[in-house]
Design a protein around this ligand. Structure first.
Ligand code: PMP
Length: 401
């Protein structure tokens, strides 16, 4: 395949039956056979624990687990594999930073800046910390087309802000943040910045060193990998200074009843037997998307977004949300029709979308709707899926008059 050929990866995905338009990749991506095979091989042929065994099988598994960490580091441009902490997903990664960094660094009177479009997992952990230490939360507004308003961020930031936490790509609007500018603004007042990369990592090339942010999190299952595995990347000096997260096996250096000393990062933050096979599956997923190319995936999904916005925008009662250059995600509403009804009728047409608040209730409030319908694309989607979506929406508008 060359970069100019249309992306046609559907045949790689065993769980997508013919004729089914799966348009819910922003919730979770389907898995390519290569990932299924990696998981099957790990459990069916090579399985053993990591970091503990003295026998060859365990040593081999440890090498494979650490190779996955190395692969993740290369994939996101991290300076070192030691900056990669395996977690359950983005949610756990953000909670880890909230509890181990923010709760120990922030004090009463400090401020945290979020935006109106954040996922609940990039809101609630900060509220919990803010309540604990007496910090306050500010919320950056959006531009009319649904981007985080960085001019407003610039005007809002003060030296009291110690942390900025923003989504790289909105899971509702698909809008893409200028992370380099957001980072420069945060650093300009001495704040650290965490980027929620859940929707970005499967859709565009990410280089954390070039972006110069401080923390970056994402979930494996949205990147065509397994559930239960995700990544927290943080600059080495931040991880080094952070106290442990959970206590248990693997995260220690020496344990006595008098005193325990801790392992250096990343082990310090990975208590207990990790999701070994999840890491191997994530490795296979990264191999899979990199073989296609993130630039190519970005262009492919951009074309599907444009097609969907054209098709849905030409239907009178449809209201589109988000910018025209959204990454892989289109949210919409139909006047007088609840998004759940849209989802149910589309399901009868073999079109799977998400309907609801998408774990972004403050954004729904800002948009003035209780919920939206959302179509989100992946490498397996093509123009026929968008046509099926548009036919389904026309049917919805006929049914509801
Ligand atoms: N942030 C964003 C932008 C998301 O889309 C999601 C998943 N919908 C999350 C965070 C949380 O990810 P997870 O549930 O995999 O931890």
């Amino acid at each position: 395949m060359t970069d100019s050929q249309p992306l046609d990866a559907l045949a790689d995905f065993p769980a997508i039956p013919a004729g089914w338009a799966y348009l819910d990749t922003a919730a979770t991506a389907q898995k390519p056979q290569a990932v299924v095979d990696a998981i099957t091989r790990a459990y069916g042929e090579t399985y053993a624990t990591v970091h503990r065994g003295v026998y060859q099988r365990s040593a081999d598994m440890t090498l494979a687990y650490e190779a996955a960490r190395q692969r993740v580091a290369g994939f996101i441009g991290a300076g070192s594999a030691d900056e990669i902490v395996f977690v359950r997903g983005a949610t756990e990664g953000i909670n880890l930073v909230a509890q181990c960094w923010a709760a120990t660094q922030l004090k009463a009177g400090d401020r945290i800046l979020l935006s109106m479009l954040e996922h609940h997992s990039n809101i609630v952990p900060w509220q919990m910390v803010a309540e604990r230490v007496g910090a306050a939360i500010d919320v950056a507004p959006l531009t009319a087309d649904g981007r985080i308003d960085l001019d407003a961020v610039e005007a809002m930031l003060t030296p009291a802000h110690k942390l900025v936490a923003l989504a790289h790509v909105s899971n509702v609007l698909g809008s893409v943040l200028d992370v380099a500018r957001a980072t420069a603004l945060a650093h300009g007042v001495g704040a650290k910045i965490l980027i929620d990369g859940c929707q970005a990592v499967p859709r565009l090339p990410v280089d954390v060193t070039a972006l110069n942010c401080d923390f970056y999190v994402f979930s494996g299952h949205k990147l065509y990998g397994p559930t239960g595995i995700g990544v927290l990347w943080a600059k080495a000096e931040l991880l080094d200074a952070m106290p442990p997260w959970q206590g248990g096996g693997s995260m220690i250096d020496r344990v006595t009843f008098q005193k325990t000393t801790y392992a250096p990062p990343p082990g310090r933050f990975e208590a207990g037997t990790p999701h070994i096979v999840g890491a191997l599956g994530l490795h296979a997923a990264i191999d899979y998307v990199e073989a296609i190319g993130l630039e190519r995936i970005h262009v492919h999904e951009g074309a599907l977004v444009a097609q969907a916005r054209d098709a849905l925008g030409s239907i009178n009662s449809v209201r589109l949300f988000g910018p025209a250059d959204a990454a892989g995600i289109v949210s919409f509403a139909i006047e007088g029709v609840h998004p759940h009804d849209i989802g149910t009728i589309l399901d009868e047409q073999q079109v799977a979308i998400r309907a609801g608040h998408h774990c972004a209730q403050p954004l729904m409030d800002a948009l003035g709707v209780p919920a939206t319908a959302r179509a989100s694309f992946g490498v397996y989607n093509g123009p026929a899926d968008v046509e099926a979506l548009a036919r389904g929406i026309e049917r919805v508008t006929r049914i509801f008059g």
